[in-house]
Design a protein around this ligand. Structure first.
Ligand SMILES: *Cc1c(COP(=O)(O)O)cnc(C)c1O
Ligand code: SF4
Length: 396
């Protein structure tokens, strides 16, 4: 265990906003109203580097700047390389577009059944229900539409999308995303989940949300009631760094699980944020302590202006190799690349199989030791004398 992983060391409290009445601090609408969204507001609270300053000006036409007071507290204001700061404070590198980068890096636009509904896999679909988030991740795959800084003008039409799902009886799994679905009002969320539940062939409903991480105050008793009413609803949260595991997030995930919501986590592998074994190990251990199962670790998509945040694929493989066998199996996420151009998520695994022929599979365990296992066709079923002894011979 890393010393900071002890629950006593997890961040808690109002930090720079200690003067605000606890009731306001704990109200998600207060958090939304008091977000830092302008360069001047950010500069009142911290000293920016020239690169960050320039990045904030550029953000207006790329992906808006927004940071909740709760999440701001997790930044180290003295350290421009702070892993929380790198995720959320714009930098001038976002202006540099590399040749491999794309506006729609995973080809979502070409798989839209109707506006806002991506139907790429046969049995499930991605339903984009809003274009706003509580705060904006600088590497967001959907920066083309999220926050509307690029003038995408996204207006999800719930009725059209619901009609599409109703008509496509092969869809058994609906994933609500955006933007962040938990920014919908309780009333809208209740309505949407109710409508989806009423579709007979939809057997699995899940929500992708970073709200518990940006604004755990959103997890209210009323929200718990909605999940209890329409459950089972699964949720994937998005935690990238162990410092994001705070006492407040712990309480929010506890409330969600108590309302019957199974929780997974999706992390993005980010350079200078979590692209090392120690950070990732600490993160997945803290997630398990919070009842959250690490689900995916994503290679960062080729979004425009993301080069400074994209870690090498080899780093991801190294991390998975360091986790598998060395830690709880539940702690190991699946490392994936969402294939550019719309191929979907492809698992990337360390090589454990060194050879496979008609007789056996040769493999290495987590310590690098070699093991062999016989293969059925060539061996177990082979006639006596040629393969393994038959059972009677063994018994004799
Ligand atoms: C990620 C994704 C899903 C869900 O995929 P799972 O592997 O089932 O989590 C569905 N549709 C689209 C378009 C996606 O990008
Ligand atoms: S919360 Fe998700 S959709 Fe919103 S900015 Fe971050 S990555 Fe993008």
């Amino acid at each position: 265990m890393y010393p900071e992983d002890s629950r006593e060391r997890w961040f808690r409290g109002q930090g720079h906003w200690s003067g605000v009445p606890a009731e306001q601090w704990g109200d998600w609408r207060w958090q939304m109203r008091n977000r830092i969204t302008r360069l001047e507001e950010l500069e009142e609270r911290m000293e920016l580097t020239p690169e960050e300053r320039e990045g904030c000006l550029f953000a207006r036409s790329k992906l808006s700047l927004a940071i909740t007071p709760y999440f701001f507290n997790l930044m180290n204001l003295e350290d421009p390389g702070c892993p929380i700061r790198r995720q959320i404070v714009p930098r001038s590198e976002e202006m540099q577009v590399s040749p491999e980068e794309l506006l729609d890096p995973v080809g979502e636009e070409s798989s839209m059944g109707v506006d806002g509904l991506v139907h790429r896999y046969p049995d499930r679909c991605l339903f984009l229900v809003t274009n706003v988030c509580a705060a904006y991740c600088r590497y967001c795959t959907r920066s083309r539409l999220v926050s509307n800084a690029q003038g995408y003008d996204f207006h999800p039409n719930f009725e059209n999308a619901l009609k599409y799902i109703e008509e496509h009886t092969e869809i058994r799994d609906v994933l609500l995303s955006g933007g962040d679905p938990l920014l919908l009002s309780d009333k809208k969320l209740d309505f949407l989940l109710g409508r989806l539940r009423a579709i007979k062939h939809v057997e699995f409903i899940r929500i992708g949300s970073r709200i518990p991480v940006f604004m755990p105050q959103r997890v209210t008793p009323e929200l718990q009631d909605i999940f209890r009413k329409h459950g089972p609803v699964w949720m994937s949260i998005h935690v990238n760094h162990p410092r994001e595991c705070t006492e407040e997030l712990y309480e929010a995930t506890e409330k969600l699980t108590m309302a019957g919501v199974p929780l997974g986590n999706q992390s993005v592998l980010l350079k200078g944020v979590n692209d090392d074994v120690d950070t990732m190990t600490s993160l997945v251990h803290r997630l398990l302590m919070m009842r959250v199962r690490p689900y995916y670790l994503y290679q960062c998509d080729l979004i425009t202006g993301s080069r400074h945040l994209r870690a090498d694929v080899s780093k991801g493989i190294e991390i998975i190799k360091a986790l598998r066998g060395h830690s709880t199996g539940y702690a190991v996420p699946q490392f994936v690349i969402d294939a550019p151009g719309g191929g979907g998520k492809i698992p990337i695994n360390p090589e454990y199989v060194t050879e496979m022929n008609e007789n056996e599979i040769v493999m290495r365990n987590f310590e690098g030791k070699e093991f062999r296992y016989p293969l059925q066709d060539g061996n177990l079923l082979a006639p006596v004398g040629e393969g393994l002894p038959q059972q009677e011979e063994v018994l004799v």
